[in-house]
Unconditional design. Structure first.
Length: 388
């Protein structure tokens, strides 16, 4: 995106800009790297504003809440493209998803198995499900409950267990961990076939590949982890119907956050820039409370030596420090800073209601130009009692 700062002038700041053209290029590259037999699933929690672009680039969208499901419905996503996942599923959630036409579910507990089976029986249908195997957290089932569900399949005739869902974490650099998981899944696939009579096994696997956010990291090939893991994915795909599920690794590169310098000052020898955004919008996983510096572009490059700046937001808390020491050219009021590689998570995961500051606008950059996906939202309207 070469026109970031003109977008800021046109639409105002703070704002997020998501480049659908860049996203498509990345996903095309992903598709070329990954063996053809391996399916792609986008976890929309990473950024629901990318659904329109992602629909034509992946086979499945992972949805983890009734709200995410409603977004998909309003966006016209075909129900059979949805994998309804998530650790908190109620009877009403399951029934509503089925009524909308969703046909694929994950089960994170024995309760989920029962809820989905009962709702399916009431509709006179059999629904395919994946059992989520825990990686040692609150998500999924341990081996005891996992295999108990398989042993008691006759008790739940309205679900058809087709395989396993497995994800253990995000931003994992050492591929030895993923290779061990793939070996475990290969063994599990074989056990499902030999001990439980599965003719075919579906595996939904989240590898949690690392994406480099910070300026000291190597950005020369951000797809390198996938290239290295591709042969291992291909080997598992020979044993089962494999889909890899990711959000951060797919989407991070396509986003920028634009914020304007409102004030500058020097306090006790530290140069501060006060921005019209803040940590209620920006969160880089692993940023260590502003100690690590992301890639930042400046709208104005003035004469003078670069110097360390503390980049602070608009919130009334000393925690609102986006970067504690960023080496930048001289800053002045009105300058715009672009925080790069922010296409995943920040847009929805920040404490956006704090201090009743406006939520940023969202701009999508596509082949047809720039369009406003959402204008600024007055969060004060949500932060008081009374009618709205």
């Amino acid at each position: 995106m070469d026109n970031l700062f003109s977008i800021a002038e046109r639409f105002g700041t703070p704002c997020f800009v998501f480049d659908e053209v860049q996203l498509e290029a990345r996903m095309r590259a992903v598709r070329e790297i990954v063996p053809k037999a391996v399916g792609l699933c986008y976890s929309i929690k990473a950024n629901p504003f990318l659904i329109s672009a992602m629909r034509g680039l992946v086979g499945t969208l992972e949805v983890c809440s009734p709200g995410e499901l409603e977004i998909c419905r309003q966006m016209g996503v075909p129900a059979d493209m949805v994998l309804f996942s998530g650790v908190n599923k109620t009877k009403a959630d399951v029934e509503h998803a089925m009524d909308l036409g969703v046909t694929h579910f994950t089960c994170e507990s024995p309760l989920h198995i029962r809820l989905i089976d009962e709702a399916a029986r009431a509709r006179g249908r059999v629904y395919p499900v994946l059992l989520r195997l825990t990686a040692g957290s609150q998500f999924g089932m341990d081996e005891r409950d996992f295999f108990a569900a398989l042993d008691r399949r006759a008790d739940t005739p309205n679900i058809r267990i087709e395989g396993v869902h497995y994800f253990s974490g995000t931003q994992r650099k050492k591929l030895d961990s993923q290779r061990k998981e793939l070996a475990m899944l290969a063994e599990l696939t074989q056990k499902l076939k030999t001990a439980y009579g599965f003719e075919a096994v579906r595996v939904e696997y989240g590898p949690g590949l690392y994406f480099p956010y910070f300026n000291h990291e190597d950005h020369s090939d951000t797809l390198a982890p996938l290239r290295e893991l591709a042969p291992d994915l291909g080997a598992l795909a020979e044993r089962c119907e494999l889909t890899i599920e990711m959000g951060r690794f797919f989407a991070s590169e396509c986003g920028a956050y634009l914020t304007r310098v409102i004030d500058t000052k020097v306090n006790c020898g530290t140069a501060y820039a006060i921005l019209d955004g803040g940590i209620h919008h920006v969160n880089y996983l692993g940023g260590n409370m502003g100690m690590r510096v992301p890639i930042i572009r400046q709208s104005s490059v003035r004469e003078g030596e670069m110097q360390p700046w503390a980049l602070c937001g608009s919130l009334c808390t000393t925690a609102d420090v986006l970067v504690r020491k960023a080496e930048l050219h001289p800053l002045d009021q009105g300058d715009i800073l672009a925080f790069m590689n922010i296409g995943a998570y920040s847009v929805t995961e920040g404490p956006a209601l704090f201090l009743s500051r406006d939520m940023p606008s969202i701009i999508l950059h596509g082949k047809g130009g720039d369009r406003l996906a959402r204008g600024a939202v007055h969060s004060w309207e949500l932060n008081h009692e009374g009618e709205r």
